[in-house]
Design a protein around this ligand. Structure first.
Ligand code: ADP
Ligand code: ZN
Ligand code: ZN
Length: 669
């Protein structure tokens, strides 16, 4: 066997994890050494013995081996929590492509002193409410029972809990957490930041009291560190937080719950661009923990895994007794136009709002402004201008050109509809503010509240808008997707979706899935109380399968159609995809570099290998902050093929050029 060398960090405080030192691995340790292990090494001029962590093992020395010192020994072969997280970092690095340093920075807690001023915002924000005592119903009981017997027999599975909105998923999480606590273990609960509301967190507080740590993005690094240490020192049993809470250094992890597992917020937007769901499953594997993924609209990825038997599928198809699902109806906005109604509020929605105002019931109006790009569509026939070669809509650039970001196809902005020749064609874009103005014009007597990025910029404003609405201080709440998650308003009996199409034509392959999710979640907001709710979906594309399936509340139907489409067009989860983003302050140099990468990759991307290369082309957003962006897309059936391509990309270096990769991206480039 050839000589091995270990990269070691001496200090795992955040500032020092980029300082690695290489040591020789003595022969007698060669077989036992692994990433994450603590080792004893001679350090510094005096060669004092110090403890360090192995973060990499290689056969290629990085400096003169005559001057290299040797590892002295391994004091304890079991991995400590830091070691486990280092191991996880190594996996992240391999899976998503990044430096070990970036991967370590992602998983290691940032040690920082707590600032005095950053007071305990949380205490007041998540104050305790008196708990209504509740017993699990038989369907919930069955799942928790299965969880317990799986664990009792030493099986640490991943479960996909598919339950309609309000079916009692959270109660199932809570009961399963209690099971692992009984075993003396801890649980991490991930909730998308947007869903970390007072209502949600208070429920966990009711059950676990002070033994809960809460992580959120409003906390300072010091506060976060303090919560992490409470978990490490076993002062808490449960940690709740967004994506980054996954890396809580829990000493004895038994369960990871991911609520709303389909949510895009679980994918990191910084290198390494990891997906919390995938990392959670890996962490659970390393630490013998279970995973519960919950959603009313499971991601295509997770549902496919469940179909393949890799996750156990749990279904909760009904709401607990007494709470019915809402009626859903669809309004074809093209008909409105034909009838001479040019308003964004259809006649039916107008009448329903009028009725609710009379009955003193509340209304939520939802408009998804999430799409960054404007697409070009026809108000007369509803068609959207698409790329002739790909099934994606062209995005309108402010230069007057329409462009496909998958293949680079470009054409001048259409002035008339290519389908029906109507001149009523243009960039589509409307927002919450416009809806609010319109509502105030139509219903001057109604009190409205608006919730979007603009109105919630200030700390605490989100919860204050919600509590105002909850207290009945307004009749109508208008908002973006922020309003559709995790809030129960008993008096809301009408949810209006102003334009379901808005998310449908984001120019990426997940548009259908995102639309279905949003509509289903929005629909789930109505009828949370005793009174039955009504959901009205306004759209220019009533025949679209995502809208049809959402209206019928038919997840399986949606999944089947969507999967066929993904298979046909070779998209995830059937295929694996990777984007290579090439950026440079010089456009010409970015173009050149992207062509050079193409030349490197072409020989591997042939009919025989089945690996497909698309591009290079300009990114959808061609320039950000004076940096030009070019993209290449790679599609392959096997993840290993994607990794082999990534290795080639990793070896490409050029001055003035930055390269980033994103495996199975969720967002647009
Ligand atoms: P989900 O997480 O699926 O949206 P929740 O757990 O929030 O569902 O439950 C929805 C509502 O139903 C909540 O108000 C909850 O208190 C209530 N609920 C859940 N389980 C039961 C039960 N077994 N009996 C009565 N009410 C329940
Ligand atoms: Zn195209
Ligand atoms: Zn038309």
């Amino acid at each position: 066997m050839s000589q091995k060398y270990a990269d070691i960090i001496i200090d795992i405080s955040h500032e020092a994890i980029d300082r690695t030192f290489q040591y020789m691995v003595p022969e007698e340790l060669e077989n036992s050494i692994e990433i994450g292990m603590q080792v004893q090494v001679p350090f510094g001029a005096g060669n004092r013995n110090r403890k360090g962590y192995v973060i990499g093992i290689t056969e290629i020395p990085c400096f003169d081996i005559d001057k290299m010192k040797s590892i002295v020994g391994i004091p304890d072969r079991s991995l400590q929590i830091e070691g486990k997280l280092i191991k996880l970092a190594a996996w992240i690095r391999q899976q998503y492509g990044s430096t070990m340093f970036d991967a370590l920075k992602t998983v290691m807690p940032v040690k920082e002193k707590i600032r005095k001023t950053a007071a305990r915002v949380l205490e007041t924000e998540y104050a305790l409410k008196k708990p209504p005592v509740m017993e699990l119903n038989p369907s919930q009981e069955k799942l928790v029972g299965e969880f317990k017997s799986d664990r009792d027999s030493g099986n640490f599975f991943s479960y996909l809990l598919h339950g309609v909105t309000g079916s009692g998923k959270t109660e199932v999480y809570i009961s399963c957490i209690k099971e692992v606590i009984k075993e003396g273990k801890q649980a991490i609960v991930l909730i998308p930041e947007i869903g970390l509301t007072y209502q949600n967190v208070a429920r966990f507080k009711q059950h676990f009291g002070d033994r809960v740590a809460i992580i959120n993005s409003k906390q300072s690094k010091g506060e976060k560190y303090q919560e992490f240490m409470r978990a490490k020192n076993r002062e808490v049993d449960v940690v709740i937080g967004p994506r980054s809470a996954l890396f809580t250094p829990c000493d004895s992890l038994g369960l990871i719950v991911i609520d709303e597992e389909h949510d895009g917020a679980y994918k990191s937007d910084q290198t390494p661009k990891y997906h919390a769901r995938e990392v959670a499953i890996e962490r659970a594997r390393l630490e013998h923990a279970s995973v519960i993924l919950g959603s009313a609209t499971p991601s295509m990825e997770s549902y496919t895994q469940a179909q393949l038997g890799r996750y156990k599928l749990w279904e909760l198809p009904y709401r607990p007794y007494g709470m019915e699902l809402s009626t859903v109806s669809v309004v074809d906005m093209r008909d409105e136009l034909r009838m001479g109604n040019r308003s964004i509020i259809s006649k039916e929605l107008y009448q329903l709002i009028e009725d609710r105002l009379e009955k003193k019931e509340q209304v939520m109006l939802f408009i998804n402004r999430r799409g960054l790009n404007t697409f070009v569509s026809c108000r007369e026939c509803g068609e959207v201008v698409k790329c002739p070669k790909c099934d994606v809509s062209l995005s309108l650039h402010n230069t007057g050109w329409m462009m496909c970001h998958y293949c680079g196809h470009m054409e001048r902005q259409a002035m008339e509809c290519p389908f029906c020749k109507s001149k009523l064609i243009g960039g589509f874009g409307t927002g919450t503010q416009k809806v609010e103005e319109e509502i105030q014009k139509l219903f001057p007597q109604a009190k409205t509240l608006r919730m979007d990025k603009d109105t919630t910029a200030k700390k605490g404003s989100q919860s204050s808008i919600l509590s105002e609405f909850l207290a009945g201080k307004a009749d109508i709440l208008i908002g973006t997707q922020m309003i559709v998650k995790g809030h129960d308003f008993e008096n809301v009996t009408l949810v209006g979706i102003i334009l379901a199409d808005l998310s449908l034509f984001d120019n990426d392959y997940r548009a259908g899935e995102r639309t279905f999710d949003l509509l289903t979640q929005a629909a789930g907001r109505a009828g949370r109380g005793e009174k039955k709710g009504h959901v009205l979906i306004q759209t220019y594309q009533p025949e679209h399968y995502a809208i049809q399936a959402a209206a019928a509340q038919n997840y399986q139907g949606f999944y089947d159609t969507e999967l066929t489409y993904r298979r046909l067009l070779k998209y995830p989860p059937v295929y694996n995809m990777m984007v290579v983003l090439v950026t440079s302050p010089s456009y010409d140099e970015a173009v050149e570099a992207s062509k050079e990468i193409e030349t490197l990759l072409r020989p591997r991307c042939t009919k025989e290998t089945g690996i497909r290369l698309i591009g290079p082309s300009d990114a959808t957003i061609q320039k950000i902050k004076d940096i030009y962006r070019r993209v290449l897309y790679i599609k392959a059936e096997k993840p290993a093929d994607i990794m082999s391509i990534r290795d080639i990309v990793d070896n490409y270096e050029k001055e003035g050029i930055k390269i980033a990769v994103d495996v199975n991206p969720l967002n647009m480039y």
